[in-house]
Design a protein around this ligand. Structure first.
Ligand code: NAP
Length: 498
């Protein structure tokens, strides 16, 4: 076992303990006896200090030309590439995902850095003719101010990058509050931003418990915007506080994503997609496939194929190159997944495979759950409606294309969706009618790219989209500018009309 890292808050360019001196520990989910890091249990007094630093830094950072701000982010991208393997190894130990996926998580941060940095030379506004003579009209993007970024543990590098990078290029200053389960990843990331030379106060990091430090940040009068990714329950609370305190808020929340397999699909291709979508990252992705909607003509055959392939998945420690499926993040989440299996059985679903906590051999030291397939699930069951966030997939049989669409749409969530079909007409109907922020045709529900908008409808989001150019709409406000060079008063809608 390696010596635990000592993580600190980063405020105004200084690495600090919590004012109270209190600390917490993060542990390896594949081996609960291994402490990965200790980190500050911050309180509202630490939040006050971070907000004051971010407010002060904002006064000058907003005036740095955007292409110059972007150069820091470009440098962060280069440093992330340099430290990619180190970060991936740390992530695999702290969060549990297999190394190949951890490398992908860091790569998403790198891609986001270069994409966001390029926006520093764009940040386009509009020019448009005025209805008056000798008058000029345009729009420009303005930064918003101090942004609180509250992030989950499942993409401990990619998600903070998605938020921090566009926010900084747009001229905001930031305070990152990472998940309690992944403080070491967040600390390494902020070290990289510091190494890139960002001025003090432009990026700040405050560790701690969501109910304490997260809540304090969201309610703080000195915070102008909250960008939150996490569960729909917490998101609703964050949104309510932001409403009461007049903050801008971007919420990226839960999912109950489904893959449809029609009778005309390429079944081998659909199988690859289903296995990766359901069990990649141990089902702990907001875009994970948690429902497989199968046309009755292929249901039996596809189920047998899916079962066979799932039986070959190797559960294990993420740092072992032979592992396909890593641990669940913590004991609470393991018990939650287990509880959903009880609910499934009570509701009449059949556990076709898995369904139990895995504790043989070295797995006994961690939080492992067997890859699980539930059969004979009907759309009204709780396991077909509620986000489980683990390696559990529900099979639902349908008799027609219309029924498949309607079953997929029948949840409160709307993040990702997928359909496997060779029928071009059905593919286009699905693109139009699936109620989700993302639709894949002949691809799994997971696999977002950083230059395309990312987010969901219904209880998954509040209308914003991260990534792509749409991220700029979260982190800027439009200003409309009129320049009258006529030298006289011109009254719109009056002087130029009878
Ligand atoms: P979570 O419990 O909602 O926590 C998310 C973040 O919010 C953590 O940093 C947490 O801190 C903090 N927090 C908790 N209570 C808070 C409060 N009252 N006020 C302010 N902040 C608070 O979610 P999670 O379990 O970490 O992540 C899993 C969820 O995230 C799933 O629902 C998943 O679908 C969703 N997710 C969505 C997306 C997307 O883009 N739509 C992407 C990834 C994940 P602590 O860690 O200290 O509790």
């Amino acid at each position: 076992m390696t010596t635990p890292l000592t993580c600190r808050n980063y405020i105004d360019g200084q690495w600090l303990s919590a004012a109270s001196g209190a600390t917490l520990e993060s542990r390896n989910p594949a081996n609960k006896h291994e402490v990965v890091a200790t980190f500050p249990r911050s309180a509202s007094v630490d939040v006050d200090t971070a907000v004051a630093a971010a407010r002060q830094a904002y006064r000058s950072w907003r005036l740095v030309p955007a292409p110059a701000r972007a150069e820091y982010i470009f440098k962060v991208g280069e440093l992330l590439s340099k430290y990619k393997e180190e970060l991936a190894q740390l992530m695999s130990r702290e969060m549990g995902k297999p190394l190949t996926e951890a490398r992908g998580d860091v790569q998403e941060g790198i891609d986001c850095a270069f994409y966001s940095a390029a926006e520093g030379r764009r940040l386009f506004g509009q020019t448009t003719p005025s209805e008056m003579p000798n008058k000029f009209a345009m729009t420009v993007r303005m930064p918003i101010g101090v942004c609180a970024l509250i992030t989950p543990w499942n993409f401990p590098i990619a998600i903070p990058c998605w938020k921090a990078m566009p926010a900084l290029v747009c001229g905001n200053t930031i305070i990152l509050k990472p998940a309690e389960d992944t403080p070491a990843c967040a600390t390494k990331l902020v070290e990289i931003f510091a190494e890139a030379g960002l001025p003090p106060g432009v990026i700040n990091l405050v560790h701690g418990v969501g109910e304490e430090v997260g809540k304090a940040l969201v309610a703080h009068a000195g915070v102008d915007l909250v960008s939150f990714t996490g569960s729909s329950e917490t998101g609703a609370e964050v949104g309510a506080t932001c409403g009461r305190t007049h903050k801008r808020v971007c919420l990226e929340m839960g999912g109950k994503n489904a893959q449809i397999v029609m009778e005309d699909a390429d079944l081998e291709l659909a199988l690859d997609g289903a296995v990766w979508g359901a069990f990649g990252t141990t089902g702990q992705r907001c875009t994970a496939t948690s429902r497989l909607i199968l046309h009755r003509d292929i249901k039996e055959k596809f189920t047998a194929m899916f079962k066979e392939r799932t039986s070959k998945l190797r559960l294990g420690v993420g740092t072992d190159p032979n592992t396909d499926v890593g641990p669940i993040i913590n004991e609470r989440q393991l018990q939650r997944v287990s509880k959903y299996l009880d609910i499934a059985r009570e509701e009449g679903a059949i556990v076709l495979m898995g369904g139990e906590i895995a504790s043989e051999g070295e797995l006994q030291h961690g939080y492992f759950f067997q890859p699980t397939i539930l059969d004979r699930v009907i759309p009204q069951m709780r396991v077909a409606q509620e986000e489980i966030f683990g390696p559990v997939v529900a099979l639902i049989e349908v008799s027609s294309f219309d029924e498949a669409i309607s079953v997929l749409n029948d949840t409160n969530y709307g993040l990702s969706s997928s359909i496997y079909t060779r029928d071009i007409n059905r593919a286009f109907v699905a693109m139009r009618d699936l109620e989700a922020g993302i639709t894949y045709i002949n691809g799994p529900t997971i696999g977002a790219e950083v230059h395309l908008p990312f987010g969901g409808v219904k209880h998954t989001g509040n209308g914003h989209r991260e990534a792509g150019t749409t991220a700029l709409d979260i982190f800027t406000e439009w200003k409309t500018v009129y320049v009258d060079f006529s030298g006289s008063l011109q009254r719109a809608q009056i002087d130029n009309r009878e």
